[in-house]
Design a protein around this ligand. Structure first.
Ligand SMILES: [Zn+2]
Ligand SMILES: [Zn+2]
Length: 159
């Protein structure tokens, strides 16, 4: 766990809280969720066992694990995904760079209804029979040069 994911923020008033299905791991966001999105990419499908990942972001300084400690799997060299080791609930996604946001799974939030998605990523991998949020802007994984350059260096650690 990075030092900036420690409990030092817990004195602040949480804007959003959530946790895993067994209750062993809890977290809090201390600012309004940012860049709330779904990602249809194949890695997110596999990491969640679902049709897409649904994620809400926070600056590291505005996030804390407030109960327990998640386990992490590095799904690629720059990113790791947190989950409850006791019950398996997918909880987080974050690039290793400290300036990168940490994202939590929308479904693990206590009040997900107030956290609507504003973006869809990985649209090239959206399953053909998944149709929802058609009014939400969507983009492909390597849509711009920076993303394409980044992807060229990425190692996928999923088996
Ligand atoms: Zn759990
Ligand atoms: Zn993805």
């Amino acid at each position: 766990m990075n030092a900036d994911e420690t409990r030092t923020a817990t004195e602040r008033a949480a804007v959003a809280t959530g946790g895993c299905q067994c209750g062993a791991v809890r977290f809090a966001l201390y600012a309004a969720p940012q860049n709330v999105h779904v990602c249809h990419c194949r890695m997110c499908q596999r990491a969640t066992g679902g049709l897409f990942a649904a994620l809400a972001g926070a600056a590291r300084a505005d996030f804390a694990w407030t109960r327990g400690t998640p386990a992490f799997f590095s799904s690629s060299n720059p990113a790791r995904r947190g989950f409850c080791a006791q019950c398996g609930t997918p909880l987080s996604f974050a690039y290793e760079r400290p300036e990168a946001r940490i994202y939590v799974t929308i479904g693990s939030l206590d009040a997900a209804a107030g956290v609507p998605i504003v973006r869809q990523y990985g649209i090239e991998s959206r399953l053909p029979w998944v149709q929802f949020c058609d009014s939400v802007p969507a983009e492909a994984t390597a849509a711009d040069a920076a993303a394409a350059a980044y992807l060229a260096t990425m190692q996928n650690f999923q088996s």
